[in-house]
Ligand binder design. Structure first.
Ligand SMILES: [Zn+2]
Length: 555
Protein backbone atom coordinates (compact mmCIF):
# COMPACT_ATOMS: atom_id res chain seq x y z
CA UNK A 1 0.00 0.00 0.00
CA UNK A 2 1.21 3.43 -0.88
CA UNK A 3 -1.05 5.36 1.46
CA UNK A 4 -3.05 8.47 0.70
CA UNK A 5 -2.60 10.31 -2.57
CA UNK A 6 -1.73 13.97 -2.53
CA UNK A 7 -2.53 16.49 -5.21
CA UNK A 8 -0.90 19.92 -5.28
CA UNK A 9 -1.36 22.42 -8.10
CA UNK A 10 1.77 24.56 -8.57
CA UNK A 11 0.18 26.57 -11.35
CA UNK A 12 -2.78 26.87 -13.69
CA UNK A 13 -5.50 27.25 -11.05
CA UNK A 14 -6.38 30.93 -11.07
CA UNK A 15 -4.70 31.81 -14.35
CA UNK A 16 -4.54 30.70 -17.96
CA UNK A 17 -1.03 29.32 -18.13
CA UNK A 18 1.75 27.83 -16.01
CA UNK A 19 -0.03 24.49 -15.75
CA UNK A 20 1.76 22.21 -13.34
CA UNK A 21 0.33 19.66 -10.92
CA UNK A 22 2.02 17.44 -8.34
CA UNK A 23 0.62 13.93 -7.90
CA UNK A 24 2.18 12.12 -4.96
CA UNK A 25 1.85 9.04 -2.78
CA UNK A 26 4.07 7.76 0.04
CA UNK A 27 6.73 6.46 -2.31
CA UNK A 28 6.56 8.44 -5.50
CA UNK A 29 5.83 11.84 -6.92
CA UNK A 30 5.50 13.15 -10.47
CA UNK A 31 4.43 16.31 -12.23
CA UNK A 32 1.64 16.57 -14.76
CA UNK A 33 2.90 19.29 -17.14
CA UNK A 34 5.43 21.98 -16.46
CA UNK A 35 4.27 25.16 -18.12
CA UNK A 36 4.98 28.85 -18.04
CA UNK A 37 2.89 31.98 -18.03
CA UNK A 38 3.60 34.77 -20.48
CA UNK A 39 4.03 37.88 -18.44
CA UNK A 40 2.02 41.06 -18.62
CA UNK A 41 4.99 42.71 -16.90
CA UNK A 42 7.17 42.58 -20.01
CA UNK A 43 7.69 46.35 -19.81
CA UNK A 44 9.53 45.69 -16.52
CA UNK A 45 11.70 43.10 -18.22
CA UNK A 46 9.73 40.09 -16.95
CA UNK A 47 9.21 37.73 -19.87
CA UNK A 48 7.85 34.66 -18.14
CA UNK A 49 6.43 33.55 -14.85
CA UNK A 50 7.22 30.00 -13.77
CA UNK A 51 6.05 27.87 -10.84
CA UNK A 52 8.04 27.55 -7.65
CA UNK A 53 9.38 23.98 -7.64
CA UNK A 54 10.66 24.01 -4.05
CA UNK A 55 7.98 21.53 -2.81
CA UNK A 56 9.17 19.01 -5.41
CA UNK A 57 12.87 19.81 -4.99
CA UNK A 58 12.50 19.12 -1.24
CA UNK A 59 11.13 15.68 -2.16
CA UNK A 60 13.59 15.04 -4.96
CA UNK A 61 14.28 11.47 -3.79
CA UNK A 62 10.78 10.40 -4.69
CA UNK A 63 10.49 12.48 -7.88
CA UNK A 64 9.84 10.12 -10.79
CA UNK A 65 9.49 12.54 -13.69
CA UNK A 66 7.27 14.77 -15.79
CA UNK A 67 4.26 13.53 -17.72
CA UNK A 68 3.20 16.01 -20.38
CA UNK A 69 -0.31 16.25 -21.77
CA UNK A 70 0.68 18.28 -24.87
CA UNK A 71 3.26 20.65 -26.33
CA UNK A 72 1.82 24.12 -25.65
CA UNK A 73 4.18 26.50 -23.87
CA UNK A 74 1.82 26.77 -20.89
CA UNK A 75 2.36 23.02 -20.41
CA UNK A 76 6.03 22.50 -21.30
CA UNK A 77 7.65 25.94 -21.12
CA UNK A 78 9.09 25.64 -17.60
CA UNK A 79 10.84 22.31 -18.11
CA UNK A 80 14.30 23.81 -18.48
CA UNK A 81 13.77 25.87 -15.31
CA UNK A 82 12.63 22.76 -13.41
CA UNK A 83 15.70 20.88 -14.64
CA UNK A 84 17.86 23.82 -13.60
CA UNK A 85 16.23 23.61 -10.16
CA UNK A 86 17.47 20.01 -9.93
CA UNK A 87 14.56 17.90 -11.22
CA UNK A 88 16.00 15.59 -13.85
CA UNK A 89 13.96 12.45 -14.02
CA UNK A 90 12.48 11.30 -17.34
CA UNK A 91 10.06 13.35 -19.34
CA UNK A 92 7.17 11.37 -20.82
CA UNK A 93 5.60 12.96 -23.88
CA UNK A 94 3.61 12.09 -26.99
CA UNK A 95 5.55 12.19 -30.31
CA UNK A 96 4.88 15.80 -31.34
CA UNK A 97 5.15 17.04 -27.74
CA UNK A 98 8.49 15.25 -27.46
CA UNK A 99 9.76 17.03 -30.57
CA UNK A 100 8.77 20.39 -29.13
CA UNK A 101 10.45 19.51 -25.83
CA UNK A 102 13.55 18.39 -27.70
CA UNK A 103 13.73 21.79 -29.43
CA UNK A 104 13.29 23.72 -26.17
CA UNK A 105 15.83 21.65 -24.26
CA UNK A 106 18.32 21.85 -27.11
CA UNK A 107 18.01 25.65 -27.04
CA UNK A 108 18.60 25.73 -23.29
CA UNK A 109 21.36 23.12 -23.40
CA UNK A 110 19.61 20.57 -21.16
CA UNK A 111 18.80 17.87 -23.70
CA UNK A 112 21.87 15.77 -22.90
CA UNK A 113 20.93 15.61 -19.23
CA UNK A 114 17.38 14.47 -19.87
CA UNK A 115 15.75 11.21 -20.71
CA UNK A 116 12.85 11.80 -23.08
CA UNK A 117 10.37 8.90 -23.17
CA UNK A 118 7.82 8.88 -25.95
CA UNK A 119 4.33 7.44 -25.56
CA UNK A 120 1.62 7.27 -28.19
CA UNK A 121 -1.75 8.43 -26.84
CA UNK A 122 -3.52 5.18 -25.95
CA UNK A 123 -0.36 3.69 -24.41
CA UNK A 124 -0.09 2.88 -20.73
CA UNK A 125 3.06 4.03 -18.97
CA UNK A 126 4.46 3.25 -15.53
CA UNK A 127 5.71 6.24 -13.57
CA UNK A 128 7.01 5.00 -10.21
CA UNK A 129 4.07 3.28 -8.55
CA UNK A 130 1.56 5.02 -10.83
CA UNK A 131 0.19 3.23 -13.86
CA UNK A 132 -1.01 5.87 -16.30
CA UNK A 133 -3.24 5.25 -19.30
CA UNK A 134 -2.85 8.02 -21.85
CA UNK A 135 -5.91 8.91 -23.92
CA UNK A 136 -5.95 10.87 -27.18
CA UNK A 137 -7.95 14.11 -26.96
CA UNK A 138 -8.81 16.85 -29.46
CA UNK A 139 -7.02 20.15 -28.93
CA UNK A 140 -5.42 22.97 -30.91
CA UNK A 141 -2.18 21.02 -31.11
CA UNK A 142 -1.65 17.47 -32.34
CA UNK A 143 -0.86 14.51 -30.07
CA UNK A 144 -2.66 15.91 -27.00
CA UNK A 145 -3.47 13.42 -24.26
CA UNK A 146 -5.55 13.07 -21.13
CA UNK A 147 -4.22 10.89 -18.30
CA UNK A 148 -6.01 8.18 -16.35
CA UNK A 149 -3.77 7.67 -13.35
CA UNK A 150 -4.14 4.50 -11.28
CA UNK A 151 -3.42 5.08 -7.60
CA UNK A 152 -3.96 2.87 -4.56
CA UNK A 153 -6.86 5.15 -3.60
CA UNK A 154 -8.55 5.04 -7.00
CA UNK A 155 -8.29 6.55 -10.43
CA UNK A 156 -7.40 10.19 -11.01
CA UNK A 157 -8.28 11.59 -14.41
CA UNK A 158 -6.47 14.67 -15.64
CA UNK A 159 -8.02 15.85 -18.91
CA UNK A 160 -5.14 18.13 -19.93
CA UNK A 161 -6.49 20.71 -22.37
CA UNK A 162 -9.21 19.15 -24.50
CA UNK A 163 -12.27 19.56 -26.59
CA UNK A 164 -14.55 17.07 -28.30
CA UNK A 165 -14.37 17.57 -32.06
CA UNK A 166 -16.30 15.10 -34.25
CA UNK A 167 -14.16 15.94 -37.30
CA UNK A 168 -10.66 17.09 -36.37
CA UNK A 169 -8.23 17.47 -39.27
CA UNK A 170 -5.72 15.03 -37.80
CA UNK A 171 -6.80 12.05 -35.72
CA UNK A 172 -10.32 11.21 -34.67
CA UNK A 173 -12.98 12.38 -32.24
CA UNK A 174 -12.14 12.12 -28.56
CA UNK A 175 -13.40 8.69 -27.50
CA UNK A 176 -15.69 9.34 -24.56
CA UNK A 177 -16.24 5.61 -24.08
CA UNK A 178 -12.75 5.33 -22.56
CA UNK A 179 -13.76 7.87 -19.92
CA UNK A 180 -17.15 6.16 -19.45
CA UNK A 181 -15.41 2.85 -18.92
CA UNK A 182 -13.18 4.42 -16.27
CA UNK A 183 -16.32 5.95 -14.75
CA UNK A 184 -17.98 2.52 -14.63
CA UNK A 185 -14.98 1.18 -12.72
CA UNK A 186 -15.07 4.19 -10.40
CA UNK A 187 -13.03 7.39 -10.54
CA UNK A 188 -11.72 9.03 -7.40
CA UNK A 189 -10.95 12.47 -8.82
CA UNK A 190 -11.52 14.37 -12.04
CA UNK A 191 -9.31 17.36 -12.86
CA UNK A 192 -10.78 19.04 -15.94
CA UNK A 193 -9.87 21.98 -18.23
CA UNK A 194 -11.96 25.09 -17.42
CA UNK A 195 -10.67 27.56 -20.04
CA UNK A 196 -13.88 27.78 -22.10
CA UNK A 197 -16.52 27.16 -19.43
CA UNK A 198 -18.08 30.58 -19.99
CA UNK A 199 -19.17 29.55 -23.49
CA UNK A 200 -22.53 27.84 -23.33
CA UNK A 201 -23.04 26.83 -26.92
CA UNK A 202 -21.61 23.88 -28.82
CA UNK A 203 -18.71 25.13 -30.84
CA UNK A 204 -18.21 24.14 -34.45
CA UNK A 205 -15.70 21.56 -35.56
CA UNK A 206 -12.27 22.53 -36.79
CA UNK A 207 -13.38 21.49 -40.29
CA UNK A 208 -15.46 24.67 -40.74
CA UNK A 209 -12.12 26.46 -40.89
CA UNK A 210 -11.10 24.37 -43.86
CA UNK A 211 -14.30 25.34 -45.70
CA UNK A 212 -13.63 28.99 -44.93
CA UNK A 213 -9.98 28.77 -46.04
CA UNK A 214 -11.10 27.01 -49.24
CA UNK A 215 -13.45 29.87 -50.03
CA UNK A 216 -10.76 32.47 -49.33
CA UNK A 217 -8.28 30.63 -51.54
CA UNK A 218 -10.84 30.39 -54.34
CA UNK A 219 -11.49 34.12 -54.17
CA UNK A 220 -7.80 34.99 -53.76
CA UNK A 221 -6.72 38.03 -55.80
CA UNK A 222 -3.44 38.86 -54.09
CA UNK A 223 -1.27 37.33 -51.43
CA UNK A 224 -3.20 35.43 -48.73
CA UNK A 225 -1.43 35.79 -45.38
CA UNK A 226 -2.75 33.53 -42.65
CA UNK A 227 -1.46 34.16 -39.16
CA UNK A 228 -2.08 31.62 -36.43
CA UNK A 229 -0.51 30.05 -33.37
CA UNK A 230 2.55 28.37 -34.77
CA UNK A 231 1.89 25.21 -32.75
CA UNK A 232 -1.50 24.72 -34.42
CA UNK A 233 -0.26 21.97 -36.71
CA UNK A 234 -3.79 20.75 -37.44
CA UNK A 235 -4.80 24.11 -38.86
CA UNK A 236 -1.59 24.46 -40.81
CA UNK A 237 -2.27 20.94 -42.11
CA UNK A 238 -5.57 22.18 -43.54
CA UNK A 239 -3.75 24.98 -45.35
CA UNK A 240 -1.19 22.54 -46.78
CA UNK A 241 -3.97 20.18 -47.83
CA UNK A 242 -5.93 22.89 -49.65
CA UNK A 243 -2.81 24.37 -51.25
CA UNK A 244 -1.92 20.95 -52.65
CA UNK A 245 -5.42 20.42 -54.06
CA UNK A 246 -5.60 23.94 -55.50
CA UNK A 247 -2.06 24.12 -56.89
CA UNK A 248 -0.89 26.93 -54.61
CA UNK A 249 2.46 27.60 -53.01
CA UNK A 250 3.24 28.26 -49.34
CA UNK A 251 5.84 30.58 -47.86
CA UNK A 252 6.61 30.51 -44.14
CA UNK A 253 7.20 33.63 -42.15
CA UNK A 254 8.51 33.74 -38.59
CA UNK A 255 10.93 31.53 -36.70
CA UNK A 256 8.30 29.68 -34.66
CA UNK A 257 6.23 28.88 -37.76
CA UNK A 258 9.31 27.57 -39.58
CA UNK A 259 10.31 25.51 -36.55
CA UNK A 260 6.90 23.90 -36.04
CA UNK A 261 6.42 23.17 -39.74
CA UNK A 262 9.81 21.45 -39.67
CA UNK A 263 8.63 19.37 -36.68
CA UNK A 264 5.35 18.57 -38.45
CA UNK A 265 7.34 17.25 -41.43
CA UNK A 266 9.58 15.28 -39.11
CA UNK A 267 6.60 13.67 -37.38
CA UNK A 268 5.07 12.84 -40.79
CA UNK A 269 2.03 15.09 -40.34
CA UNK A 270 2.74 17.01 -43.57
CA UNK A 271 3.95 14.00 -45.50
CA UNK A 272 4.32 14.66 -49.23
CA UNK A 273 3.84 18.43 -48.95
CA UNK A 274 7.49 19.47 -49.19
CA UNK A 275 7.16 20.63 -52.80
CA UNK A 276 4.54 23.24 -51.83
CA UNK A 277 7.06 25.33 -49.91
CA UNK A 278 8.77 28.27 -51.55
CA UNK A 279 11.51 30.44 -50.02
CA UNK A 280 10.00 33.56 -48.47
CA UNK A 281 12.69 35.79 -49.95
CA UNK A 282 11.73 34.80 -53.49
CA UNK A 283 8.00 35.39 -53.00
CA UNK A 284 7.99 38.20 -55.57
CA UNK A 285 8.85 35.64 -58.27
CA UNK A 286 5.57 33.80 -57.74
CA UNK A 287 2.00 34.57 -58.75
CA UNK A 288 0.58 36.41 -55.72
CA UNK A 289 -2.94 35.03 -56.10
CA UNK A 290 -1.57 31.52 -55.88
CA UNK A 291 0.71 32.14 -52.94
CA UNK A 292 -0.16 31.70 -49.27
CA UNK A 293 1.97 32.98 -46.43
CA UNK A 294 1.73 31.30 -43.04
CA UNK A 295 2.93 33.84 -40.54
CA UNK A 296 3.59 34.09 -36.83
CA UNK A 297 2.60 37.16 -34.83
CA UNK A 298 -1.19 36.78 -34.63
CA UNK A 299 -1.13 38.42 -31.17
CA UNK A 300 0.43 41.63 -32.47
CA UNK A 301 3.73 40.80 -30.76
CA UNK A 302 6.34 43.48 -31.25
CA UNK A 303 9.02 42.34 -33.69
CA UNK A 304 7.04 39.27 -34.86
CA UNK A 305 6.64 38.63 -38.59
CA UNK A 306 3.10 39.94 -39.04
CA UNK A 307 3.83 43.15 -37.16
CA UNK A 308 6.83 43.77 -39.40
CA UNK A 309 4.69 43.09 -42.47
CA UNK A 310 2.05 45.54 -41.16
CA UNK A 311 4.59 48.32 -40.66
CA UNK A 312 6.35 47.70 -43.99
CA UNK A 313 9.50 46.51 -42.20
CA UNK A 314 9.55 42.96 -43.54
CA UNK A 315 12.41 42.42 -45.95
CA UNK A 316 10.56 40.06 -48.33
CA UNK A 317 6.86 40.75 -47.94
CA UNK A 318 5.45 44.13 -48.94
CA UNK A 319 1.66 44.39 -48.79
CA UNK A 320 -0.35 45.38 -51.84
CA UNK A 321 -4.01 46.43 -52.02
CA UNK A 322 -5.34 43.06 -53.22
CA UNK A 323 -3.68 41.14 -50.41
CA UNK A 324 -5.74 39.60 -47.63
CA UNK A 325 -4.53 39.06 -44.06
CA UNK A 326 -6.38 36.52 -41.92
CA UNK A 327 -5.87 36.32 -38.15
CA UNK A 328 -6.96 32.74 -37.54
CA UNK A 329 -6.71 32.84 -33.78
CA UNK A 330 -8.29 34.15 -30.63
CA UNK A 331 -7.43 37.62 -29.39
CA UNK A 332 -5.90 36.52 -26.10
CA UNK A 333 -7.17 38.76 -23.27
CA UNK A 334 -4.50 41.33 -22.53
CA UNK A 335 -3.28 41.36 -26.15
CA UNK A 336 -6.25 43.27 -27.61
CA UNK A 337 -4.43 46.60 -27.81
CA UNK A 338 -1.32 45.46 -29.72
CA UNK A 339 -3.53 43.35 -32.01
CA UNK A 340 -5.83 46.33 -32.71
CA UNK A 341 -2.85 48.55 -33.46
CA UNK A 342 -1.53 45.95 -35.88
CA UNK A 343 -4.93 45.42 -37.56
CA UNK A 344 -5.30 49.20 -38.05
CA UNK A 345 -1.85 49.33 -39.55
CA UNK A 346 -2.63 46.43 -41.90
CA UNK A 347 -5.71 48.27 -43.14
CA UNK A 348 -3.67 51.46 -43.56
CA UNK A 349 -1.30 49.58 -45.85
CA UNK A 350 -4.29 48.92 -48.13
CA UNK A 351 -4.73 45.20 -47.45
CA UNK A 352 -7.99 43.60 -46.32
CA UNK A 353 -8.03 42.00 -42.87
CA UNK A 354 -10.25 39.28 -41.43
CA UNK A 355 -10.32 38.38 -37.76
CA UNK A 356 -12.45 36.40 -35.36
CA UNK A 357 -15.05 39.05 -34.56
CA UNK A 358 -15.81 39.80 -38.22
CA UNK A 359 -15.68 36.29 -39.71
CA UNK A 360 -15.74 32.73 -38.45
CA UNK A 361 -12.07 31.98 -39.03
CA UNK A 362 -11.15 30.46 -35.69
CA UNK A 363 -12.52 27.80 -33.38
CA UNK A 364 -11.15 27.15 -29.93
CA UNK A 365 -9.27 24.04 -28.86
CA UNK A 366 -10.97 24.04 -25.47
CA UNK A 367 -14.24 22.37 -24.52
CA UNK A 368 -17.29 24.59 -23.99
CA UNK A 369 -19.96 23.86 -21.37
CA UNK A 370 -21.80 21.11 -23.29
CA UNK A 371 -18.53 19.23 -23.87
CA UNK A 372 -17.37 19.78 -20.29
CA UNK A 373 -20.69 18.42 -19.09
CA UNK A 374 -20.25 15.31 -21.22
CA UNK A 375 -16.86 14.74 -19.60
CA UNK A 376 -18.22 15.04 -16.05
CA UNK A 377 -21.19 12.80 -16.90
CA UNK A 378 -18.94 10.19 -18.50
CA UNK A 379 -16.48 10.08 -15.62
CA UNK A 380 -18.93 10.47 -12.69
CA UNK A 381 -16.06 11.07 -10.24
CA UNK A 382 -16.26 10.96 -6.45
CA UNK A 383 -14.46 14.31 -6.36
CA UNK A 384 -14.02 17.10 -8.85
CA UNK A 385 -11.50 19.93 -9.08
CA UNK A 386 -11.71 22.38 -11.98
CA UNK A 387 -8.26 23.22 -13.35
CA UNK A 388 -6.73 25.38 -16.09
CA UNK A 389 -8.53 28.65 -15.78
CA UNK A 390 -8.78 32.03 -14.16
CA UNK A 391 -10.59 31.95 -10.83
CA UNK A 392 -13.97 32.82 -12.37
CA UNK A 393 -13.63 29.92 -14.82
CA UNK A 394 -13.01 27.57 -11.90
CA UNK A 395 -16.11 28.93 -10.14
CA UNK A 396 -18.30 28.34 -13.22
CA UNK A 397 -16.87 24.89 -13.78
CA UNK A 398 -17.47 23.94 -10.13
CA UNK A 399 -21.07 25.13 -10.52
CA UNK A 400 -21.42 23.05 -13.68
CA UNK A 401 -20.30 19.93 -11.79
CA UNK A 402 -23.03 20.62 -9.23
CA UNK A 403 -25.57 21.03 -12.05
CA UNK A 404 -24.49 17.55 -13.10
CA UNK A 405 -25.59 16.27 -9.68
CA UNK A 406 -22.37 16.46 -7.66
CA UNK A 407 -22.67 17.56 -4.04
CA UNK A 408 -20.87 20.51 -2.43
CA UNK A 409 -18.65 18.12 -0.52
CA UNK A 410 -17.53 16.47 -3.76
CA UNK A 411 -16.47 19.63 -5.56
CA UNK A 412 -13.44 21.59 -4.50
CA UNK A 413 -12.58 25.06 -5.70
CA UNK A 414 -8.83 24.92 -5.31
CA UNK A 415 -6.14 27.43 -6.13
CA UNK A 416 -2.40 27.08 -6.66
CA UNK A 417 -0.67 25.92 -3.50
CA UNK A 418 -3.65 23.98 -2.02
CA UNK A 419 -2.36 20.61 -0.91
CA UNK A 420 -5.17 18.05 -0.86
CA UNK A 421 -5.03 14.47 0.36
CA UNK A 422 -7.26 11.71 -0.94
CA UNK A 423 -8.12 8.35 0.50
CA UNK A 424 -10.67 6.02 -1.12
CA UNK A 425 -13.69 8.01 0.06
CA UNK A 426 -12.30 11.20 1.47
CA UNK A 427 -10.85 14.45 0.24
CA UNK A 428 -8.99 16.40 2.93
CA UNK A 429 -7.43 19.84 2.70
CA UNK A 430 -3.98 19.58 4.28
CA UNK A 431 -2.46 23.04 3.98
CA UNK A 432 -1.99 25.96 1.68
CA UNK A 433 1.51 26.76 0.52
CA UNK A 434 1.95 30.44 -0.05
CA UNK A 435 2.06 30.74 -3.79
CA UNK A 436 5.52 31.84 -4.85
CA UNK A 437 5.76 32.53 -8.53
CA UNK A 438 9.10 33.18 -10.09
CA UNK A 439 9.62 36.01 -12.54
CA UNK A 440 12.12 35.28 -15.26
CA UNK A 441 14.00 37.52 -17.65
CA UNK A 442 14.56 35.85 -21.04
CA UNK A 443 14.04 32.19 -21.82
CA UNK A 444 17.22 31.16 -20.08
CA UNK A 445 17.63 34.25 -17.99
CA UNK A 446 17.75 34.66 -14.29
CA UNK A 447 15.06 35.21 -11.69
CA UNK A 448 13.78 38.66 -10.98
CA UNK A 449 13.00 39.02 -7.31
CA UNK A 450 9.91 40.84 -6.08
CA UNK A 451 12.18 43.59 -4.81
CA UNK A 452 13.76 44.14 -8.23
CA UNK A 453 10.32 44.18 -9.78
CA UNK A 454 9.13 46.72 -7.22
CA UNK A 455 12.16 48.92 -7.93
CA UNK A 456 11.63 48.69 -11.69
CA UNK A 457 7.99 49.56 -11.31
CA UNK A 458 8.76 52.52 -9.03
CA UNK A 459 11.52 53.80 -11.29
CA UNK A 460 9.15 53.55 -14.25
CA UNK A 461 6.36 55.34 -12.47
CA UNK A 462 8.28 58.04 -10.61
CA UNK A 463 11.79 58.38 -11.96
CA UNK A 464 14.99 58.20 -9.97
CA UNK A 465 17.17 60.69 -8.04
CA UNK A 466 20.83 60.17 -7.14
CA UNK A 467 22.34 62.25 -4.34
CA UNK A 468 26.11 62.05 -4.05
CA UNK A 469 27.97 63.15 -0.91
CA UNK A 470 31.67 62.90 -0.10
CA UNK A 471 32.68 62.44 3.53
CA UNK A 472 36.02 62.50 5.29
CA UNK A 473 36.83 59.02 6.52
CA UNK A 474 38.66 60.38 9.59
CA UNK A 475 36.55 63.20 11.01
CA UNK A 476 33.32 62.13 9.18
CA UNK A 477 32.65 65.64 7.95
CA UNK A 478 31.04 66.20 4.56
CA UNK A 479 33.72 67.50 2.21
CA UNK A 480 31.85 69.03 -0.70
CA UNK A 481 28.58 70.36 -2.01
CA UNK A 482 26.05 67.58 -2.64
CA UNK A 483 25.62 66.44 -6.25
CA UNK A 484 22.06 65.65 -7.29
CA UNK A 485 21.13 63.98 -10.56
CA UNK A 486 17.63 62.96 -11.64
CA UNK A 487 16.31 60.76 -14.43
CA UNK A 488 12.72 60.59 -15.66
CA UNK A 489 11.45 62.91 -12.95
CA UNK A 490 10.13 66.16 -14.41
CA UNK A 491 10.23 68.12 -17.65
CA UNK A 492 13.78 69.30 -18.43
CA UNK A 493 12.73 72.96 -18.13
CA UNK A 494 11.87 72.48 -14.45
CA UNK A 495 14.68 70.16 -13.58
CA UNK A 496 17.41 72.76 -12.90
CA UNK A 497 15.31 74.77 -10.48
CA UNK A 498 14.06 71.69 -8.67
CA UNK A 499 17.54 70.21 -8.27
CA UNK A 500 18.89 73.49 -6.82
CA UNK A 501 16.04 73.52 -4.28
CA UNK A 502 16.72 69.87 -3.46
CA UNK A 503 20.39 70.71 -2.81
CA UNK A 504 19.32 73.33 -0.28
CA UNK A 505 17.35 70.62 1.55
CA UNK A 506 20.27 68.21 1.51
CA UNK A 507 22.58 70.93 2.84
CA UNK A 508 20.16 71.41 5.73
CA UNK A 509 20.35 67.68 6.48
CA UNK A 510 24.18 67.93 6.34
CA UNK A 511 24.04 70.85 8.79
CA UNK A 512 21.95 68.78 11.23
CA UNK A 513 24.31 65.87 10.78
CA UNK A 514 27.42 67.92 11.50
CA UNK A 515 25.84 69.58 14.48
CA UNK A 516 25.06 66.16 15.95
CA UNK A 517 28.68 65.16 15.27
CA UNK A 518 29.83 68.19 17.25
CA UNK A 519 27.64 67.02 20.12
CA UNK A 520 29.50 63.71 19.96
CA UNK A 521 26.42 61.90 18.62
CA UNK A 522 27.45 59.43 15.89
CA UNK A 523 24.06 57.76 15.46
CA UNK A 524 22.81 60.14 12.75
CA UNK A 525 22.24 58.09 9.59
CA UNK A 526 23.20 60.60 6.91
CA UNK A 527 22.29 58.39 3.97
CA UNK A 528 18.84 57.53 5.28
CA UNK A 529 18.03 61.08 6.34
CA UNK A 530 18.97 62.41 2.87
CA UNK A 531 16.72 59.78 1.32
CA UNK A 532 13.76 60.60 3.56
CA UNK A 533 14.19 64.36 3.14
CA UNK A 534 14.44 64.20 -0.65
CA UNK A 535 11.42 61.94 -1.00
CA UNK A 536 9.45 64.34 1.20
CA UNK A 537 10.72 67.33 -0.80
CA UNK A 538 9.69 65.84 -4.16
CA UNK A 539 6.33 64.71 -2.81
CA UNK A 540 5.58 68.30 -1.73
CA UNK A 541 6.84 69.88 -4.93
CA UNK A 542 5.89 67.51 -7.73
CA UNK A 543 3.37 65.24 -6.01
CA UNK A 544 5.31 61.98 -6.28
CA UNK A 545 8.00 60.17 -4.36
CA UNK A 546 10.76 59.06 -6.72
CA UNK A 547 13.27 56.30 -6.02
CA UNK A 548 16.06 58.16 -4.18
CA UNK A 549 19.55 56.70 -4.09
CA UNK A 550 21.83 58.62 -1.72
CA UNK A 551 25.47 57.61 -2.10
CA UNK A 552 27.92 58.65 0.62
CA UNK A 553 31.52 58.16 -0.48
CA UNK A 554 34.27 58.07 2.12
CA UNK A 555 37.59 59.68 1.25
ZN1 LIG B 1 -3.16 23.71 -24.71
Amino acid sequence: MSGAVKVLPLGGLGEIGMNCMVIEDDQDLFLVDCGLLFSELDHFGVDFIIPDFSYVVARKDKFRGFVLTHGHEDHIGSLSFAIKAGLQSPIWASPFTALMVRERLTESGFLDRTELKVFHPGDTIQVGSFKIKTVSVNHSIVDAAALIIETDMGKIIHTGDFRIDPTPFFGSELDLSVFKEAGDQGVLLLLSDSTNVEKCEHQPSENIIQKKFEQLMNDQKGLLIISLFSSNVGRMGQIFDLARKMGKKIALCGRSVEQNVRLAFESQYFKGSESLLIPTDSIENYDRKNTIVISSGCQGEFGAALNRIAYGDHKSIKLKPEDLVVLSSKFIPGNEKPISRMVNQLFKSGAQVLYESVQEIHVSGHATRPELKKMIEAVRPKFFIPVHGEYRHLVFHAALAKECGMKDTQVRLSTNGDLLEFTKDKMRFVEHFQEERIFVEGRDGGDISKLILKDRRLMGETGIVFALLVRDQENRKVLSEPEIISKGLVHESLEGFLIEEAKVRVKEVIRQYESSLQDGDYSFDLQEQVRVELRRFFKTNIGKKPVVLPIVMEL
